[in-house]
Every structure is written in C-alpha cells, then in structure tokens.
Design a protein around this ligand. Structure first.
Ligand SMILES: CSC[C@H]1O[C@H](OP(=O)(O)O)[C@H](O)[C@@H]1O
Length: 373
C-alpha cells in the first residue's frame, strides 16, 4: 500500500538483499524502518510485536530462517531456528505453517544450497500472501457491492472492523481491509468503524493510520461501542481478521472479537472473517479447547503509549500502583456466530463440509504431512 503516495510493504528485501521491516510499535506517529539480520533480531521483532498480524508473522519467520541459513545452514541450525522462532508467539498458525514450510523445502537440500533456496521460498511466501490478500479483496468486494445495492443511493456501507487486519498485518493489502480498498477503487461509498482494540490499540494506532493514508472515511470507536451501533442499525457489515481458524470454522482472533460476533448475531448484522488459507489449522477442530491463547504482559493494560504535547512518544500508567493486568491476547468465536469466511478462493460457509469442499487439496496435504506422508 502507499504511505504519502509512496508504495510500501510491511516487510521487504532491499537492493542489497537485506531484510527490512516497518517497526510498527511507533506508528502512527513515526515511520521507523529497521533491518533484521540475526535470528535473535527476528525473534525479538515477532515476540515484541515490531511486526504482528498472522500472515506477516509467517513471512517474517520465513525470512528469519533464510537469514540464519546464510550464517549457518547446518541441520542443527535449521532445527534450532525453528524452535527459537516458534517459541515467540503461540497463537497465529501462520508462524508454524511458515516454519514447517521452510523446513520442508530446506531439510532435503545439502547445506550449501539452503540459503539461496530459503530466500527464494521466503520471497515466494511474501508474494503469495500479497496475491491471496488481493483475491480476498476481490471476493469481499462482491459482498460489499451487494450490500451497497440495497442502500439508498450514495449512502455508505458501514463496516466495523476489530484490531488491525490491514496491510500492516500482512505483507500487503491486508485481509479485512482488502475488500474495503477494493470497494474504494470500485467507487463504492464505504465508512469504517475502527475498534480502538485495547490493550495495544492496534485499531487506533494501525487501522486508523492505514485508512487515513488511503483516504478511507472512518471513525475511531471504543471497543464497547460496537454493540450499541449495531442496535441502532449503524453497522451493515462486520469484517475481522483471524490468527487461526479451525477445520470447522471456529475463528481465533484478537481479544474482543467474540463479543463483536455475539452483538452481530443478536442484531442480525453479517459477521465475516477474512481468511487466507495458510491461516487455517487443519489439525484442530474445536477452537475453544485446542487453540493456545497467548497471555501477554499485564503492563500492556496498565500502561498506554502515545505522543505527548512535545511530540515525544511516551508511555503512561493509567491504573494504580499494585494493580495487575490479566491480558489474554485472543479469543475464539465459534463457527455458528460466523456468517461466512472471505477467502482467496471465494466466500465459504464456516463449517467443516464447506471448508473441506473449497480447500480439500490443502486439508489432504496437511493430513498427509501430519501422518508423515
Ligand atoms: C491478518 S491477521 C491479523 C490479526 O492479527 C492480530 O493480532 P496481533 O496484532 O496480536 O498479531 C489481530 O488478531 C488481527 O485480527
């Protein structure tokens, strides 16, 4: 996407082949671009959310393996790197998917061939993500167009989104925001309610920033306003992202998504999940019981980051000394609350049969790998 008219991605290789990222911790106030080189750099960047978002975590991990292969392409280094990067964050399945994919490609090769092959595959994973998200945009556009047709001429389609499933959560386009960008390009009037998304405020800091940059009309709202707006008919559609979706359509996403889905169900508001296929975990069915939910530092709740009057980015404490925060970073929305899954292959019902029909090849491949095929 573009920042001030200049095309950007969230991660890329520069002319010297070095990996660069936007360090998202400083957005929207500062655009800081940093290099990643050692596997510790990559582990820190994922764990401390310099980069975040399931697809971007996967792409970053892939480049982390590639950079390590340039240093030490031994079997031991390949295994250690898998472990180090896999330990950074437990919920987004794209991390394990990308690490397994790199291991699948590299393990059979002689060490001397691994670095070049690793960068080739990491580049492919990045490009595949961009194309997947572009197609999610096209498929979601059809949905927005259908809703627009039923509204008074010129009235905007009001879309609510939670957290940031935008282009900073991916290599480009985003998942939940891609249909919005495609609708803008198609001349369809849209307006986005952006959940601030406590505690880290990815909506306020990232989604609002990217929509601002793209000229998309939007309003920042507190997380607790969504239900009220739905009760008053102000929301036509909810589109959120996902960090892991099970084989039967249970959706794990940023904390608070489940409550949005409940409000949407109660108010007959369509609730869609933008789902790139690498975010499907075919090895789990019951999301509530099987998906590991990341518990992050309670300081993310008791403290908030922002820019002060002197333009300095600072963090302030908002709760009393001695008050601890309890900080589950994700929740699981059961499939029965999901109207549909917007995927790169089309819109799919959130149930095992529909998903198996649309993605049978990927499901079978995952089962083959699971059984050592
Ligand atoms: C397109 S995946 C975006 C997904 O990832 C976010 O989590 P985090 O920022 O903690 O990595 C959030 O759940 C988004 O919906």
């Amino acid at each position: 996407m573009k920042i001030d008219g200049k095309p950007f991605r969230s991660i890329w290789r520069d002319d010297a082949g070095e990996v660069r990222i936007i360090d998202q911790r400083w957005l929207p106030h500062e655009l800081r671009i940093v290099p990643l080189d050692s596997r510790e750099d990559f582990a820190t960047a994922i764990r401390d959310m310099w980069v975040r978002g399931a697809p971007l975590i996967g792409a970053t991990a892939a480049y982390g393996v590639a950079c390590q292969m340039r240093r030490d392409a031994s079997d031991a280094a390949l295994s250690e790197t898998w472990e180090i990067l896999h330990a950074t964050r437990p919920t987004a399945i794209n991390l394990r998917w990308a690490l397994d994919e790199m291991d699948r490609v590299l393990r059979p090769l002689p060490p001397g061939d691994r670095a070049a092959a690793a960068f080739r595959r990491a580049d492919e994973i990045a490009e595949e993500d961009v194309e997947i998200n572009r197609r999610i945009g096209e498929n979601g556009l059809a949905l927005i167009r259908e809703i627009a047709a039923a509204k008074p001429d010129g009235a905007p389609v009001n879309i609510l989104t939670h957290c940031n499933a935008g282009w900073p959560a991916t290599v480009d386009w985003g998942t939940a925001t891609s249909p919005i960008y495609h609708a803008m390009e198609a001349g369809i009037a849209v307006h986005v309610f952006v959940d601030e998304t406590r505690p880290r405020n990815q909506g306020a800091q990232l989604t609002a920033w990217e929509l601002n940059s793209a000229g998309v009309p939007h309003s920042l709202i507190v997380d607790n306003a969504g239900g009220h707006l739905m009760q008053h008919g102000e929301v036509d559609l909810v589109i959120v992202g996902t960090d892991r979706t099970t084989a039967r359509g249970d959706v794990c996403n940023k904390i608070g998504t489940y409550l949005k889905a409940l409000a949407a169900k109660a108010n007959d508001v369509p609730f869609y999940v933008a789902l790139p296929s690498p975010t499907i975990d075919w090895t789990v069915t019951d999301g509530l019981r099987e998906i590991p939910i990341e518990e992050r530092d309670g300081a993310e709740i008791t403290h908030v980051q922002g820019r002060d009057d002197q333009g300095r980015i600072t963090t302030v404490q908002i709760s009393p000394d001695g008050t601890e925060g309890r900080n589950p970073a994700f929740d699981v929305t059961p499939a029965e609350l999901v109207t549909g899954l917007i995927t790169e292959r089309g819109i799919c019902s959130a149930n095992a049969d529909a998903m198996a029909q649309m993605f049978g090849d990927l499901k079978n491949a995952a089962q083959d790998r699971r059984h050592g095929g």
